[in-house]
Design a protein around this ligand. Sequence first.
Ligand code: 4AD
Ligand code: MG
Length: 430
Amino acid sequence: MRWVYIEDIVGHSGREVEVRGWIYNKRSSGKVRFLLVRDGTGLLQGTMYSTEKDAPLFLTFDALTQESSVIVRGKVREEKRAPGGYELEISDIEIVQIARDYPITPKEHSTPFLMDHRHLWLRSQKQHAVLRVRAEVVKAIRDFFDGRGFRLMDTPILTPSACEGTTTLFETEYFDQKAYLSQSGQLYNEATAMAFGKVYCFGPTFRAERSKTRKHLIEFWMVEPEVAFATLEDVTELGEDLVLSIIERVLGKRRAELETLERDPKPLERVQKPFPRLKYEEILPRLQEKGSTVKSGDDFGAPEEAILSELYDVPVCVSHFPAAIKAFYMQPAPGRPDLALGVDFIASEGYGEIIGGGQRIHDLALLEQRIQEHKLPREAYEWYLDLRKYGSVPHSGFGLGVERTVSWMCGIKHIRETIPFPRLLYRIYP
Ligand code: 4AD
Ligand code: MG
């Protein structure tokens, strides 16, 4: 008998098949027994009929518990009332293992309890849907860059220097030297961009964030394109296209998951190009009018992001921040050296900053000065300075956080559910 996955069952109507999975639920109704089996790709209803309550198949049914592993065999039948529109007329059940006292029952559980059982929680429908959306987002990102001729460059995770400020660095030993877990692949990508023109890296990044929020992970995944000769405006457009292509893919291929999550697709459907472009100095008074206590020169935080979501029902691009609050590598604005040519994309509906990036300093003397001002150890950046000595060109890029993007797509308020095993301030288990 042919082993099929539930998501492929459509093509097997009328055939005898085998499904391998786990018991999600069961119920009986008179002479019929219903099993809900999950196999990782979907849920399938199995039915058994008998006039005798101790028919062998019914006895096996009675022994089954939530999350017991089974191989069920039977004939596929179209059934409008069943989840997915098909059911299996079960003729045989092979028990692989009986699960005893599965801890996550259909009742409500507290978040700490679920987080302690994350390794099992992943099996429940909502978590399953979120992670399928995540996989689609990752695929959409790769297809987007590969389709535009960007080269994938895997930048190192163990690094000798900081990219995004020294306060969130994770330090580790590298034999007899100090090393840090990468906060961003950007600096290395500036080198690969000068070698390959347009590149992207895609990998895990680490920040020792001391604040406990719904939007911060300690370990998160970031995709970072970098383009030689590109300006702030060029990469802002690139970011818009990327965000649109992710939304299009999720709406096109993961509608069922969004439904499971009760995610209203309308806020995603209305996102169009161009996104509103706001300069820091222009938007500041509007934020203050709406009750923000942010002062000129301050960075935006969660309250400002929330107000921006009230003002706009689509993502916005905020640029021209005070240079003082931005990273050392940011190119100053022409005629306004106090402003940086950086851009942040703030997602709609309060999901916060999903993209941060901008134009990089390409002038050697200015970059040397910034490294000094930021008290960074010059020796660790010699190679980075070389890029400004040998064929330096204006160049730009950005980083998009995968988990924040998935939160937004799924309408999930807490980022911890968007990665299989979240690393949080007070949690490294499981
Ligand atoms: O704005 P950030 O810090 O930018 C950079 O790291 C640049 N070096 C990227 C570049 O230009 N190549 O981070 C970029 C994005 C943020 O907009 C956010 O989506 C995500 O990474 N991010 C986090 N996501 C989850 N948890 C955290 N602690 C995050 N920190 C940043
Ligand atoms: Mg940022």
